[in-house]
Design a protein around this ligand. Structure first.
Ligand code: BDR
Ligand code: CA
Length: 313
């Protein structure tokens, strides 16, 4: 089987960076045709920079990186330096990127790629706010039926929220965009906090990355060392959740995850619960299923996969 083509839409972010590394470490299964950057964890000027730093760390300066939306569809941008640090990639000292940013806009790249490739050939892997994906769908509604699958990190049901009591960061930052994506009709798989809060980087797991003895292994360990202070303090957990790589791991080994095909709607109107993913886990609403909402992960299997693949870089 030829590798499946994917586009990662991202706001790096240390955990985004690990997701990109995982894709680049898996060329037999995944062809990363491009990275589209969006404003989220940090402003766009930094997410475009960070995406290129990660490509160069993986020895892949040939991956095209595109700049997308610098703010949500309707709302002011909310960032997360309190988690990811001032640059978004705080932790190890990494050189400034030398590879260029592409001239085209991320939204044009998304539309052109999906129109050029046969229907069902390209999957999208959004791991930041969904602004770029929503803009592409609004500008070119015909692409919805051409997307093989959208595998996104965002939302929560049993874990409820991380940026507000009821909302997860990626959905909260641009709820209108998320609502458009969840209504688009393409197959959607969701990695919510319910899953990612079970993918914790414990001391042993960080040590395994460090012991790889490679630059990417060291970077993953040091990124984790940096951002785990926030989650450990907040949740009292053994380590930080590695959210975004769950999406790429699902593309590589879907059996690591389990969930339900259910209806998921996005709250956009309430000030109190804006950005909530109203997931009909118990199938009580009668609304049509529009997403596979994951609930569990084999965390040991996930970290074994991740460590093995990062070790190949
Ligand atoms: C999500 O928010 C960001 O801070 C992370 O990169 C991840 O995509 C988790 O809520
Ligand atoms: Ca992210």
């Amino acid at each position: 089987m030829p590798p499946r083509k994917i586009i990662i839409d991202t706001d790096p972010g240390q955990d985004d960076a690990v997701a990109i590394l995982l894709a680049l470490a898996s060329p037999e299964e995944i062809e990363l045709v491009g990275i589209t950057a969006v404003a989220g964890n940090v402003p766009l000027s930094l997410t475009t920079r960070n995406a290129r730093i990660v490509c160069e760390l993986a020895g892949r300066p040939d991956i095209p990186v595109f700049a997308g939306a610098d703010r949500p569809l309707l709302r002011p941008l909310r960032t997360a330096e309190h988690v990811h640090g001032k640059t978004g990639l705080d932790g190890p000292a990494l050189p400034d990127p030398t590879m260029p940013l592409q001239a085209a806009h991320a939204v044009d790249f998304l539309i052109e790629t999906l129109r050029r490739e046969p229907p069902g050939a390209v999957s999208l892997c959004p791991i930041g706010p969904l602004t770029n994906i929503a803009l592409a769908l609004m500008r070119a509604p015909d692409i919805a039926s051409r997307i093989a699958e959208i595998v996104l990190m965002g939302g929560a049901y049993f874990e409820v929220g991380n940026i507000t009591p009821t909302a997860e960061f990626n959905i909260y930052v641009d709820p209108e965009a998320a609502a458009k994506v969840f209504a688009c009709g393409a197959p959607i798989t969701v990695m919510p906090l319910d899953v990612t809060h079970k993918a914790l980087v414990t001391a042993d797991r960080v040590a395994a990355f460090r012991d790889l003895g490679t630059e990417p292994g060291r970077a993953v360990a040091e990124w984790t060392d940096f951002f785990e202070r926030f989650d450990k303090e907040k949740y009292g957990s053994a380590g930080a959740p590695l959210h975004d790589p769950c999406t790429v791991a699902y593309l590589l080994k879907p059996k690591l995850f389990s969930g339900r095909h259910i209806n998921v709607e996005i709250e956009t109107r309430s000030d109190l619960t804006r950005g909530m993913t109203v997931a009909d886990w118990w199938r009580v609403s009668g609304r049509e299923a529009n997403a596979t909402f994951m609930g569990d992960v084999d965390a040991d299997g996930f970290f074994a996969l991740l460590t093995d693949r990062i070790g190949r870089l």
